[in-house]
Design a protein around this ligand. Structure first.
Ligand code: ZN
Ligand code: ZN
Ligand code: FE
Length: 755
């Protein structure tokens, strides 16, 4: 007989790992025990050597669906001769390296119980087991145990306790286990917080059918729900939320229902129905008329399938698609505490479907698109956070990266593990800033990590930067925004570089103090050099120009034509009142910082051709420009690349020429995209040739534009280059914290090497 001690690291707690090991040991007649530790799981196994080898193999190959084994090590120890296999209770000593798993959609076994009138969990909206249910959103501390979750206040009934204690049961040590006898309860209250009589689910369904707005307490916060078939109800929600035209997400009961509204590719179906359940942005079917207020001016719609028992019950009871949008007034973070929701959503919701299981961590729904047949993250949050991303290099000292200003995430890292947070939001109001601080403290506690290095953006006015530079007793590393984008793409792909990086986004603070955003860099994780960029133009009025794309049209016209603007421009007529002052601002460079932003070039063209003069949310003008494209058009505008400058004004001149000939907008939009893509490929390929690089990394929020992404990737691949795009984290500023982390890790590795 031999005996080994097996250490397993990864996501191995709260996912049914010990019952799995227990069952496997019984099956193979292995003696010993399995135990959770602060660092993961440890197993001692005693059997014949070949059985032990088979046992270790099976642990790897047959581990539960939600488990993720990052490392498995065996060390031989002395045999004891003790027979039988046991699950031992947890110990909490040693450094904590356990991973907290993300919240996971209700599993088929739990759904079957909920559908069975004879089961004690029939229609119970908090049913869960080891394979599914709330995790990250309810964890208050470590090690992961019921006492360290928001289920601590619910004492298990004897039936639940029996399941919890039985190693053969699906609910063995499932920390949030509960049932109607002992668990959380649903309540429906009206706007005056009086209980609404009847079954809360059925009563909510009635309210939704009659056009009411109901606040629904979900996993990571309150959503606002309305009947998605009623344009009146959706428009009402829009006006109450002060959300002019940013699309709403829609909850559908199942994939079949989604297919009646949208084009669903195989990759999209897999994302929708998988256990993480993000919102997936899908093209609408041409033959189906949706409520116009759902996603005005948008030919896509965000769809998700139910991910908790409550959402399953609600979707079934309503029998129609339901708008499910975050419970907040425009731009504020999602409400997640009951009293807070009651106050903040008071004027928004007619009723509240709520319950008594507290939410510890505010977490928004994740959002994905499918591009080039692959999932492309837009927002990585519920269902994904806090699962670590494996870094391509070791972080010798613990790092905190504080991210950017908009779409903020933070990231804590140690060794090769980078814990990118849930979506925190735009750090421009007090509420979001509190979430940012809470996120940093909570992640530090969960992963027992005290940062020694803190990475931040170079922008001196970002609140995240101000926070970082004021931290005492840490080494502070400033990371240029577009370098962080490219580093994020490298880390996302497990690569170190060097590569040619194309970073196209709204704006970021450049090393020279101007605003960058159309950058072609030579970069690895520790440094970069700027090889080429978009021709800089003034941003007349600074932030005002970001909200008003017509100002960028004026700026680009000035860059293209100087004093002699073409006569009779519609964009000038539409914005007559301020047109001349804005032109003067651009000409004199007063309150008009220079920017090489690609996003602003899209804005300018969008306004020039009459698509959008003002935006209500970031990227709106560019999204509508992309959606207006005639896909059959093969023409392209010329755009010179000379002395490291991509001449955006060339594209503007070509647009004006076509406008003068009354070329239709969809054709102009197509030619603009194709022209920019061709010049980008040319500039990147030249940069690659000059520096003997064979790989190009694409990042920055502009690459959420699927048409541009397609054209650029195809062009680069035709030029014989390898292309890296994002897979795990967004190309937008939600990915900045990972990029900052990778740069800080590379710099401190280099410093460690020098010592
Ligand atoms: Zn389950
Ligand atoms: Zn119970
Ligand atoms: Fe950016």
């Amino acid at each position: 007989m031999g005996r080994v001690r097996i250490h397993v690291d990864g996501i191995v707690q709260g996912v049914g790992f010990r019952p799995f090991v227990y069952t496997l040991a019984r099956e193979l007649s292995v003696s010993g025990f399995v135990r959770n530790t602060a660092a993961g799981v440890v197993i001692e196994a005693e059997a014949q050597p070949q059985t032990l080898a088979a046992f270790a193999d099976a642990i790897r190959s047959r581990s539960p669906a939600l488990a993720r084994i990052d490392d498995l090590r065996c060390e031989p120890i002395a045999a004891t001769g003790v027979r039988g296999f046991e699950i031992e209770l947890s110990t909490a000593d040693g450094p904590r390296r356990t991973l907290i798993s993300p919240d996971t959609a209700t599993c088929p076994d739990c759904l079957a119980e909920m559908a069975d009138p004879a089961d004690r969990r029939y229609r119970y909206p908090f049913t869960n087991c080891t394979n599914c249910g709330p995790r990250f959103t309810i964890v208050t501390g470590v090690p992961y145990d019921r006492a360290a979750t928001t289920m601590a206040g619910f004492a298990m009934c004897p039936d639940c306790q029996r399941e919890y204690d039985d190693p053969a049961d699906r609910r063995f040590h499932a920390q949030p286990v509960c049932c109607p006898a002992c668990g959380p309860r649903l309540r429906l209250v009206d706007a005056a917080r009086r209980d609404v009589p009847g079954d809360p689910i059925d009563a909510t369904a009635d309210l939704l059918r009659s056009g009411s707005v109901v606040a629904v307490k979900g996993l990571g916060g309150y959503h606002l729900a309305v009947n998605a078939r009623s344009d009146e109800a959706v428009a009402n929600l829009r006006s109450r939320k002060h959300r002019e035209d940013k699309p709403f997400a829609v909850l559908m009961p199942d994939l079949e229902a989604v297919r009646t509204w949208c084009e669903v590719s195989p990759a999209a179906a897999e994302l929708l129905a998988g256990h993480r359940r993000p919102i997936v942005v899908l093209p609408r079917r041409q033959d189906v008329q949706l409520a116009p207020a759902l996603a005005p001016g948008n030919d896509h719609v965000g769809v998700l399938l139910p991910y908790t028992p409550l959402h399953h019950l609600l979707a079934q009871a309503v029998g129609a698609p339901i708008v499910l949008t975050s419970g907040n007034v425009s731009d504020e973070p999602i409400a997640y505490l009951d009293d807070e929701a009651a106050t903040r959503l008071a004027g928004l919701a007619d009723a509240f479907l709520t319950h008594d299981r507290p939410i510890r961590m505010r977490t928004d729904d994740s959002v994905f698109r499918v591009a080039r047949g692959r999932p492309q993250p837009v927002r990585r949050s519920r269902g994904y956070a806090p699962e670590p991303i494996t870094l391509p290099l070791d972080c010798p000292r613990p790092v905190l990266a504080v991210g950017a200003e908009l779409k903020n995430t933070i990231c804590l890292a140690r060794g090769r593990q980078a814990f990118v947070s849930h979506h925190i939001g735009d750090l421009e109001n007090y509420e979001t800033m509190l979430s940012f601080l809470d996120g940093i403290a909570h992640f530090g506690m969960l992963f027992d990590l005290v940062p020694e290095v803190v990475a931040h953006d170079l922008h001196p006015e970002y609140l995240s930067t101000k926070y970082a530079v004021d931290l005492p007793g840490v080494e502070v590393v400033g990371v240029q925004h577009h370098h962080a984008h490219i580093a994020a793409c490298l880390a996302d792909n497990g690569e170190l570089g060097p590569v040619i990086g194309v970073a196209y986004d709204g704006t970021g603070f450049g090393s020279d103090g101007t605003l960058w955003g159309g950058e072609i860099l030579l970069a690895d994780l520790s440094g970069f050099c700027r090889l080429a960029h978009l021709e800089p133009v003034p941003l007349p009025g600074g932030a005002a120009a970001i909200r008003a794309p017509w100002r960028m049209a004026a700026s680009y016209l000035q860059a293209a034509y100087g004093e002699e603007l073409p006569p009779g421009l519609d964009v000038a007529r539409r914005n007559q009142a301020l047109w001349d002052p804005v032109l003067a601002m651009a000409a004199r460079g007063v309150n008009a910082p220079l920017t090489s932003s690609a996003g602003r070039l899209f804005d300018a063209v969008s306004a020039l051709i009459g698509i959008r003069d003002q935006v209500n949310f970031e990227g709106q003008a560019a999204i509508e420009l992309e959606q207006s494209i005639d896909r059959s058009e093969t023409g392209s505008y010329p755009m010179r690349v000379r002395d490291g400058l991509l001449m955006g004004s060339d594209l503007v001149r070509a647009v004006i020429y076509d406008l003068g000939r009354s070329v239709p907008v969809p054709i102009i939009a197509a030619r603009f995209h194709r022209g920019l893509a061709t010049a980008t490929v040319q500039a990147a390929a030249t940069a690659a040739q000059d520096t003997a690089m064979d790989t190009v990394a694409l990042s920055g929020g502009v690459f959420q534009n699927a048409v541009l992404l397609d054209l650029v990737v195809d062009g680069l691949e035709r030029a014989g280059l390898r292309v890296l795009t994002h897979k795990q984290i967004p190309c937008n500023d939600g990915g900045i914290s990972l990029g900052q982390t990778a740069v800080a890790a590379a710099l401190s590795s280099a410093a460690a090497g020098l010592r």
